[in-house]
Design a protein around this ligand. Sequence first.
Ligand SMILES: [Cu+2]
Length: 152
Amino acid sequence: MHKKSLALIALLASLGSVAASASDLEVSNAWVRGTVPGQKATGAFMDLKSVEGAALVGAASNAGVTQVHEMTMDGGVMRMREAKKLDLPAGQTVSLKPGGYHIMLMDLKKPLAKGEIVPLTLNIQGKDGKTTEVQVKAEVRELNAMPMEHKH
Ligand SMILES: [Cu+2]
């Protein structure tokens, strides 16, 4: 039963008839915080809006190791950890921003200078449970565009 439905999904995908769910997602204001030489990690930020409702379940980039992160308070200290799933409720803008959810770029292959474009791939799970890839081009902004860390 399970195997059969997987085969059907593969067939539909190969026919190109399930390509629509990616266009359900609007991505705006995508940017990456610039880095200085030797800095190995930074964040990517953007606004996401799903018409039908969806979830962000992963991200990828050639810039380095890429993860979706969430910020949590742990005994008064802000920490971040990988988020397996970020819900995107229908019609609501969900902002990835410094101090909140973000896409973490780690083990950077090279510094990211202002004005560069970093291509990102978002893995978006639609209401139907299928995951599609959404391509985003994020512009690198200056290092001090917005502080990433919360200081207490
Ligand atoms: Cu992070």
